[in-house]
Design a protein around this ligand. Structure first.
Ligand SMILES: Cc1cc2nc3c(=O)[nH]c(=O)nc-3n(C[C@H](O)[C@H](O)[C@H](O)COP(=O)(O)OP(=O)(O)OC[C@H]3O[C@@H](n4cnc5c(N)ncnc54)[C@H](O)[C@@H]3O)c2cc1C
Length: 268
């Protein structure tokens, strides 16, 4: 049994692991392969302090190596569900179960079914974040598929950065396909082709409530208070899974807070 199990080995999960290890807790990270982290797909991270122009993959590799050095255990697998049982939690991974006294969810954004080409070109012309990637498309034509409340604001932000924006809401088109070669060059919207250099897909996330009963979510994100406590006692959450803006520095800070709160919960 571990003191803390962390679901997700992106920046939020790794940051939580480092802090919990510093406080003497046993930690198990259960995470999909690193390549599944959003961070891994980013060619250049330009806004993480102290590491200018680091690639997402390099930053994540460093994060994970540091967590292993600090004594965190890591299992590369998908956690299916978590079940509270008395003072403990059981986490299912395939046919196996892992026990812990506290749980930190750092699962990143959970997106709806992808459009054809979306996964293929993620990081090569497809983006979910105008703040992160807009400057890469300055002076170029991009498409915004606006399926959430913030989409129009994001489109305005892209225009302010110097992008020519072709905006699609649900009324304008319903079916999309993203095409290209090395990078995106075309968006097909309801059969009509639009030459673009980038496609910003802005949609609501899916509620993670099905992962654990009693976990309250708001607008597709896990609801937490300022201590990163969820609606389930002993369960904390951090990073993109708790809401926007989706940023590495924010995820790292929240992972740190979640771990401190989990340690205080265990020590109480
Ligand atoms: C192309 C691109 C470019 C970006 N550029 C920037 C940038 O320049 N600057 C910036 O600050 N941010 C950028 N971001 C955003 C940044 O990558 C995220 O904010 C950050 O990675 C969030 O960290 P996280 O730990 O919350 O989630 P993630 O990094 O997504 O990590 C979550 C991990 O948990 C795993 N997971 C989920 N569910 C389970 C489960 N049930 N069992 C096991 N594992 C699970 C996921 O597969 C993933 O590996 C970019 C994102 C993308 C996609």
């Amino acid at each position: 049994m571990h003191d803390i199990i962390i679901i997700g080995g992106g920046p939020a999960g790794v940051s939580a692991a480092l802090t919990a290890r510093n406080r003497g807790k046993s930690v198990l990270i259960i995470s999909n392969d690193a390549a599944n982290s959003d961070l891994y797909k980013s060619k250049h991270i330009n806004n993480y302090p102290g590491l200018p122009r680091v690639s997402g993959a390099q930053l994540l590799d460093n994060f994970r190596a540091q967590a292993l050095d600090a004594g965190a255990e890591v299992i590369t697998a998908r956690a299916i569900s978590a079940l509270p049982f008395g003072e403990k939690f059981f986490v299912s991974v395939g046919m196996d179960n892992y026990e812990c006294l506290s749980l930190i969810l750092a699962t990143g954004v959970i997106r709806a079914a992808a459009f054809p080409g979306e996964q293929e070109f993620l990081g090569r012309g497809v983006s979910y974040c105008a703040t992160c990637d807009g400057m890469l498309y300055r002076g170029k034509r991009v498409a915004v598929i606006g399926l959430n409340a913030e989409a129009e604001d994001e489109a305005r932000a892209l225009r302010a950065m110097g992008c020519e924006v072709e905006y699609f809401d649900k009324a304008r088109a319903k079916n999309f396909e993203i095409r290209g070669a090395q990078t995106v060059d075309t968006l097909v919207a309801d059969g009509e082709e639009f030459p673009v250099s980038g496609v910003f897909v802005l949609r609501e996330t899916i509620s993670p409530g099905s992962f654990m009963q009693g976990l309250v979510s708001e607008g597709g994100h896990i609801a937490v208070n300022e201590r990163m406590e969820t609606s389930v006692k002993g369960v904390f959450a951090a990073g993109d899974c708790i809401g926007r803006p989706y940023q590495v520095a924010r995820a790292v800070g929240q992972g740190n807070t979640a771990a401190i709160s989990a340690c205080e919960y265990l020590d109480a």
